[in-house]
Ligand binder design. Structure first.
Ligand code: AVI
Length: 327
């Protein structure tokens, strides 16, 4: 069935040149080599992430979904009427259904999923395109550009509700998270809202297992970034010469994913005009996932000029849904 009430504003994704340039910068760094985590999410990486989200060791997505399913009605009652929903990184859109259905019971609602991946956007649109009284306007853009464009479409009596779910904020370092929320706040008007999902601190073993599962799906997700460099930038990474490592960084309160070179080796990446050498045991840092305490969430909200209007915590898997209202 074709989804109804859908339109998409398309702006191209980052170019191959940007990709090559960022890879070059990350792998030429003195000290810790790194690759930007956004490049984990091509079509293969996004599909592997969907599998991670149902692994027994990774409770984060289930906690997020449980909270939204149980508390959507309560969350919605704390919002002003006439809401335009803008979701940053909507993914499949599955968990957003609870919020949209609760809003649509009150009045017609416009939903603006914002995604860089056209595939993810199309999936989200087909997942949510059939909800009565919900019109979808998708934005194939980066988070802030998309939010700016979505908010510009608000009608006079609309309030914007930004959804930033799944603890994607945890993939920003703490300063960048603060700056990002300040940018979001700058686009909003007083009384607008942000529903922010944050994964909370938990026992070390549980955190490590969540990012190094027994089946090796997270390892495949991590290694896929090298496979992607082979596919898209003609690199010659030999994948079995690297292994996935998850470690906790106590200074930053984050789980870090790294790819460790098992041997001393040299890799060519012709499209990035680069030859890079690795020592045995040297790593490429690919992602950080910051874990929050409740106190840190309050501080983050305050710094970005939001007031906390509600907080719901899952007790099976420590995770918080935080409703922030722009002051
Ligand atoms: C998307 N993000 C919130 C996930 C996380 O938990 O940081 C990404 C992920 N990386 C490995 N497993 C999950």
């Amino acid at each position: 069935m074709t989804p109804k009430n859908i339109s998409t504003a398309v702006v191209p994704q980052y170019s191959k040149n940007d990709f090559a340039e960022e890879v070059r910068a990350g792998l030429c760094r003195t000290g810790q080599k790194e690759l930007p985590s956004k490049y984990l999410y091509d079509e293969v990486g996004s599909a592997l992430f969907e599998v991670i989200s149902v692994l027994p060791e990774y409770g984060l997505t289930r906690a997020d979904e449980r909270l939204l399913q149980r508390h959507a009605a309560d969350i919605v009652t704390r919002l002003k009427s006439h809401v335009l929903v803008a979701e940053l990184g909507s993914g499949s859109g599955k968990k957003t259904r609870w919020i949209l259905e609760a809003l649509a019971r009150r009045q017609r609602t416009t939903y603006c999923p914002i995604e860089l991946s056209p595939t993810a956007l199309a999936r989200c649109e087909s997942e949510l395109g059939q909800i009565d009284c919900v019109s979808i306007v998708g934005f194939e853009r980066s988070y802030l550009d998309g939010l700016l464009a979505a908010a510009a479409g608000r009608r006079e009596d609309d309030h914007v509700l930004v959804l930033f779910l799944g603890s994607t904020i945890g993939n920003f370092d703490r300063d960048a998270a603060e700056r990002f929320l300040m940018e979001v706040r700058r686009i909003l008007f007083p009384g607008d809202a942000l529903l922010l999902g944050t994964d909370l601190e938990k026992p070390l073993d549980q955190m490590l297992d969540a990012y190094d599962d027994e089946l090796g799906v997270t390892a495949a997700f991590d290694l896929n970034i090298l496979a992607r460099l082979n596919r898209e930038l003609d690199a010659d990474f030999v994948l079995e010469n690297f292994e996935h490592v998850a470690r906790f960084n106590e200074n930053t309160g984050s789980i870090e994913m790294h790819l460790r070179s098992k041997v001393q080796q040299t890799v060519n990446i012709p499209t990035a005009d680069l030859t890079v050498s690795f020592l045995a045991s040297e790593t490429i840092w690919t992602e950080s996932s910051h874990k929050y305490s409740r106190g840190e969430i309050s501080r983050l909200a305050e710094v970005a000029n939001f007031e906390i209007a509600g907080q719901w915590i899952d007790h099976e898997w420590p995770f918080a849904e935080n409703l922030l209202i722009a002051e």
